[in-house]
Design a protein around this ligand. Structure first.
Ligand code: CYC
Length: 199
């Protein structure tokens, strides 16, 4: 079999991640534990940030136009892996809807972004997939219901599937404070945006 990819292949990684993802099958199978969520990741114009970047909107399927997480993922090649930096928007309302509106997407500029400290991830090629993990150090802080937690995560991506396991833990006790208690989210592709990847 030909080699599908390699440890610093940002182009393949972006093509696999650039899609409108749904976990509908999982939500139907296990309704008490999994809501039907959509994660839509769309390439930002080339030269937006060096390397390559994706705009991300995460929403409940029944409220697609009111996403509850909007981020930018920025990918940079390292010696033997890919570095993923996470960004929020200073003003989320200014960009909301851009995942499904190419004109809005084209108008986003890098000065609207704010880097999320401690939330860098390393993405590694396994031979048939990429696996991403937040850097160690309990430094990616999420405050929820007045409680401070740190992000413990892992995601795996192939050309067909995204598996994501995001959890928040207590910095002192490592106790689970938020996130799935029934295993990872399993997403399938509804629509591909791989043809929009130019990197
Ligand atoms: C939190 N997810 C986070 C945080 C980071 C990521 C950096 C902490 C801060 C924040 O953004 O709110 C990052 N997770 C990622 C990245 C991927 C990932 C880059 C690869 C796509 O899986 N997040 C997703 C999933 C989805 C998810 C596809 C599973 C349903 O990207 C959920 N992540 C999720 C939630 C939080 C979170 C609900 C907590 C946000 C909060 O409560 O403020």
């Amino acid at each position: 079999m030909p080699q599908m990819s390699h440890p610093t292949d940002i182009s393949t990684l972006l093509k696999w991640m650039a899609a409108d993802f749904s976990n509908q099958a999982q939500a139907i199978e296990n309704p008490p534990f999994f809501a039907h969520i959509r994660v839509c990741m769309r390439p930002l114009p080339s030269g937006f940030l060096t390397g390559g970047s994706l705009y991300l909107e995460q929403a409940y399927d029944f409220m697609l136009n009111q996403p509850y997480r909007i981020r930018v993922l920025h990918f940079l090649p390292q010696a033997d892996h890919i570095l993923l930096e996470n960004y929020t928007f200073k003003d989320q309302d200014a960009v909301i809807g851009a995942a499904r509106d190419s004109e809005k997407l084209a108008n986003i500029s890098a000065d609207q972004l704010e880097k999320m400290p401690g939330c860098d991830m390393t993405v590694r090629w396994t031979g048939q997939s990429f696996i991403g993990k937040v850097v160690p150090g309990k430094a990616c802080i999420v405050v929820r219901n007045d409680k401070t937690s740190y992000l413990d995560n892992e995601f795996e991506i192939t050309d067909h599937k995204l598996v994501s396991y995001d959890r928040g833990r207590d910095p002192e006790t490592d106790e689970l404070l938020w996130g799935s208690i029934a295993g990872p989210f399993e997403f399938e592709k509804r629509q591909r945006f791989d043809h929009e990847v130019v990197t």
